[in-house]
Design a protein around this ligand. Sequence first.
Ligand code: TRP
Length: 369
Amino acid sequence: MAPAHSGRTVGSHTGRQLLSLCELVGLDSGVSAGYARALTDALGPVVRRSLDLPPAAPTFLSDDHTPVEFSLSFSPGAAPSLRVLFEPSSGFGTLAESSRLGLRALHGLARRWGISTEQLDLVQDLFLPDDPQGDFALWITLELTPGGTPRMKAYLNPAAAGPDRAGATVREALRRLGHHRAYDSLPPADRLLLFALDLGDWAAPRLKVYTAHHRLRASAVGALNRMADGPAPAEAEAFLHTAAGLPAGRDGVFDRRPVLACHSFTDPAADRPSGFTLHVPVRDYARDDHEVLGRAERLLPRYGILPDLLRDALGALTPRRLEDGVGLIAYLAMVHQQGHAPRLTAYLSSEAYRVRRPNGRPAGPRPAR
Ligand code: TRP
């Protein structure tokens, strides 16, 4: 007898989630439909893949290998901004083939909305060589603005020419883009994880370098910031403590998934970053999503943000109970950018393939003196 199929596909699952989130943040339905079509087109053949089959590729974009992740960025006094991160042509052929197709997808999106890819063109050979190495080649984020023309970001792999060349690759990319002193302003890191470019029509397009910090001590987090008017160490620590459920006054070591920092550069003349983001992989430091949501709901009002919408967003993604899994909120991030009020971002998993079971106790960072 033929096996029963659920009929669910990568495209139908993530497309439905996208439309629900668009509706929640108040985007016009015609505009939302356009964004959903764009996502379908750029994802490529994987959209028709049945969720009864295993993931087409073990993409590290998300824990369960869904090639899509959503995020909501909350600024005080403004509507939250919805973004979708995805791996174009995920799982299609070798990394080299998927890199080529991914780039074609990116150019297709750029043409669709008249977005310039000039910045990417200047560094393409560094990150998208003919024989790329590493875990991924190219990811795209679309920031879904109400007007129907998204802002686009490209995420590239510093290890594309080999992990041992990651530093040299990022240094050269920053130099080509005019930021000659940027590399030397980065903090010591265990790994350069991502290199990102804002493409097209941004008020101040950023270059971003994501650094990973293994076994970070909460008390050392302040030293990761390299921007001039960035968060005071006490603020970074307070954010980290609440996000990770670490009691105030107690130090802890993040010995599971590493804390990430993102350093953004906007002014080539400056010798240090103009932005600092702290990404806390909350899914590794909490029992379940109910606990994580509670932490987020304590953090948001501290930044002058109404917390209500986040809970609804989780409900728009899945009907499951928050206590029954962990990882629906993958990261909580605190974003500082010169000239803007600090904002908070929640990265939200699609869970198309799998729900991660709750973690055992104790779930937080390892206690340290
Ligand atoms: N899944 C990867 C990780 O957890 C990469 C990633 C996806 C990521 N979304 C992210 C990293 C958001 C930082 C912020 O590291």
